[in-house]
Write a protein that binds this ligand. Structure first.
Ligand code: SF4
Length: 61
C-alpha cells in the first residue's frame, strides 16, 4: 500500500493525524506519512482520506 499526501494542497487541519495517528503525523503544519504503512492499516488510511477537506491524501493498494 502506498499513501501519499499532497503537501501543496494540505491546509494543516490535522484531521488525518487525529483519525489515523499510526499513519499520519503533522510536521510544520503539513501532514506527513509514516514509513511503509501495511495493508492492515488500509481502512484507517481510507477513513482519514475521506475526512480530508481538500482531498490531499491518495492511497494505492
Ligand atoms: S486531513 Fe488533509 S488537509 Fe488536513 S492535515 Fe491531513 S492531509 Fe492535510
Amino acid at each position: 500500500m502506498t499513501v501519499t499526501v499532497d503537501a501543496a494542497a494540505c491546509i494543516g487541519c490535522s484531521m488525518c493525524a487525529y483519525a489515523a495517528p499510526g499513519i499520519f503525523r503533522m510536521e510544520n503544519r503539513v501532514s506527513t506519512v509514516l514509513p511503509e504503512p501495511d495493508e492492515t492499516q488500509y481502512d484507517r488510511a481510507a477513513g482519514a482520506a475521506n475526512r480530508c477537506p481538500v482531498n490531499a491524501i491518495k492511497i494505492r493498494k
